[in-house]
Design a protein around this ligand. Structure first.
Ligand code: A2P
Length: 317
């Protein structure tokens, strides 16, 4: 099993199960199946709306002796309406309560975007708060306090640009250890990856298969398909495996963590087995040429009129 080793020597299995878009009614079986197959890393978030059911699956896995708590790596994320130092603990406690856990292994700030406390998802600019009103450093102080209290072992961020990582790291008492970002052959983000490697910030690649199950509103017309890309297909043929497995093997080969989502028992197993595929330099060189800076999760849903957020200032590009 490939591991990511943290600063204090804690080991996180690089391949994890994604749970974004895994609905209640299906995520219980998916998580249990994944643990049975051998996954030891489950990626969660409050906003996925399924933490209660994941908590039941975890309890089942513990009580039936399949795995012990300390053998699992559980990540969750602070939603955007809980930015601000004092709001972090209640949000984390609610997540722990839903997951039926005493602590998380990793807690991440989900987006560098703040919402008003009573808003779950913005419909108009007034639903958002600017980063002047909710400075990231204040939220981060709340995140650091959660480490001191033992409610999470590690803290990090998601969807942060190099610029935002730099400004946070410059003033943080605990530097972020993880940046979870969209990453796949169409969005390789090599500069961000290099910067993070140099700074000891690990990367988790989300939407590694291109998230084809996103809602229609989140999709653009004529999106390119990773799972049906001819270059990826040809490499899959060479190894006698699926295109999804090549996409996962590629992320692992680059030293990132990767969290393919599936609620299908066969695909959960298939994705897990991708770890044994060793891509060679020729494969990596061919895949490198596919980069086209294409985001499936482009963040346009934050860039509402009369808010301070734009797609440009979200990604700083
Ligand atoms: P399902 O849950 O029915 O398996 P991402 O991880 O990029 O968000 O992509 C998740 C999507 O990819 C889901 O629609 C999921 O469907 C599908 N998927 C997951 N694993 C595979 C696989 N091995 N082959 C094809 N599709 C997959």
């Amino acid at each position: 099993m490939k591991n990511i080793i943290y600063r204090n020597n804690d080991a996180m299995s690089a391949l994890g199960l994604g749970t974004w878009k895994s609905n209640p009614g299906e995520v219980y079986d998916a998580v249990l199946e994944a643990i049975k197959v051998g996954y030891r890393h489950i990626d969660c978030a409050m906003i996925y709306g399924n933490e209660k059911e994941i908590g039941k699956a975890l309890q089942k896995a513990f009580s039936s002796g399949i795995v012990k708590r300390e053998e699992l790596w559980i990540t969750s994320k602070l939603w955007c309406n809980s930015h601000g130092e004092a709001n972090v603990m209640p949000a984390l406690k609610s997540t722990l309560n839903n997951l039926q856990l005493d602590y998380l292994d990793l807690y991440l700030v989900h987006w560098p975007v703040a919402l008003k406390p009573d808003v779950i998802f913005p419909e108009k600019g007034e639903d958002l708060l600017s980063l002047e009103e909710r400075p990231i450093i204040k939220t981060w102080k709340g995140m650091e306090a959660m480490v001191s209290k033992g409610l999470t072992r590690h803290i990090g961020v998601c969807n942060f640009s190099i610029k935002k990582l730099k400004s946070l790291s410059a003033i943080a008492a605990i530097k972020p250890e993880m940046n979870q970002v969209e990453m796949h052959p169409f969005l390789q983000q090599s500069t961000l990856l290099e910067y993070c490697k140099k700074e000891g910030i690990y990367i988790t690649a989300y939407s590694p298969l291109g998230s084809p199950d996103r809602s229609a509103q989140m999709k653009a017309d004529n999106e390119p398909s990773l799972l049906e890309n001819p270059v990826i297909s040809a490499i899959a043929q060479k190894y006698g495996c699926s295109t999804a497995q090549i996409l996962i093997a590629w992320a692992l080969e680059r030293g990132t963590s990767v969290i393919p989502k599936s609620v299908n028992a066969g695909r959960i197993k298939q994705n897990y087995e991708a770890e044994s595929i060793q891509l060679d330099k020729e494969d990596m060189d061919q895949i490198a040429k596919l980069d086209r800076h294409f985001r499936y999760v482009n963040g346009k849903f934050w860039a509402l009129p009369r808010s301070t957020y734009t797609v440009a200032n979200l990604w700083d590009e």
